[in-house]
Design a protein around this ligand. Sequence first.
Ligand code: IFM
Length: 446
Amino acid sequence: MTISLPKQSKMLTKDFTFGVATAAFQIEGANTTDGRLPSIWDTFCATPGKVLNGDDGSLACDHYYLWKEDIELISNLGVDAYRLSIAWPRIMDKQGRPNEKGIHFYRELLKSLKIKGIKTFVTLYHWDLPQHLEDNGGWVNRDTAYRFVDYVNLATLELGKWVDAWSTFNEPFCSAILGYEYGIHAPGLASPKYGRQAAHHILLAHGLALPVIQQNSPQSQVGIVLNMNRTYAASAKSEDQFAALVRETLDNQFFIEPLLNGQYPKLLEKLLPEYLPTVLPGDMEIISQPIDFIGMNFYTCNHNEYDEKTLFKDVKNQQQVEYTDIGWEIAPHAFSELLINLNKQYNLPPMFITENGAACADELINGEVNDDQRVRYLDGHINAVNDAIEAGVDIRGYFAWSLMDNFEWAEGYSKRFGLCYVDYKTQKRTIKRSGHAYKALLESRK
Ligand code: IFM
């Protein structure tokens, strides 16, 4: 079982970047070491009933100590680039002063990646807000956007030299909506008013940080990472078509429209005005400044039908389809369709696929993990990216989620997304069949 692309694919040329991705809280552990402050995810994990099996990030993949071994693993996979995130609570204290030990960790990591010839894609915020800022209202408080700029100033001054591409935020939808509107992620608040205001402040923070990054790290590219799902109407009925439109507007357009067109979706003004945040004069200009790229994270699609109360409701696909271990439908066609639709709707900057992958019920048997479902998943989705490129979408890179199994947020360690298996008792990493297949694809390039 292999991952393969048509011989003439642009993805097989040296201009296309292949990588693997992780995030700080999901792999580092050492959450009280060397002056790291508590984050909202430490608090959430410590709140009974929030994370499956009461799992937390205290050890995770022990990457804070095993990072040298992990760089060897990354290098072994033959990738061009590694996408990681910096933990805000690790590098800055409550007063906004640098924490040298935390900065040292990332400096050494990034330097070693550069020495290995691996490009570095660094996310500044992958969900781990310092808890002391949440105590002041977190992302619902506009002031957090300005505190983010202080943090970005520090991170980019100290580390900019070794970074090829900065992303301000990973998946504002998840931080704002899962965290403040649905309440299923940290900090666990649940109201559209909070969720949409948090989203606005995150987008504002992105815009405020851009000139700072450009000034401190002029040789790096700068962008933002959005997650998007394709939503299909459950039937041809006009009310179901409407439901799917509302869902895509709230999940996708709500984030990309302000970034690229400087406005929130017009549809919401009449339909759901309570979903529109308070915006101060000048905010939209700050948010919609030009960026070098958009990162896109894609995993699955939704099927929605009309619901009188909530306007849309998730239903199962009526067709026989395959699901991953986390219950997400495998739908590579939805991926190319989404990218092609966006390219028609917007004047897109260059795109990177910054995450894509599958959670599978992996087992380590006789030292091997035969994750055929993940190999098929990657093959289908990498070819979907190729289809989108052939249809004219400017996509410059693809990152598999994830380098290794790790802390999957509210699902704890129960879901495995890695190309490498992690035995959490021994911390031994084993490259899975999918990791070998990914490596073989990369080696097949000219
Ligand atoms: O593990 C997450 C990651 O942190 C953000 N994007 C989705 C992944 C899988 O759920």
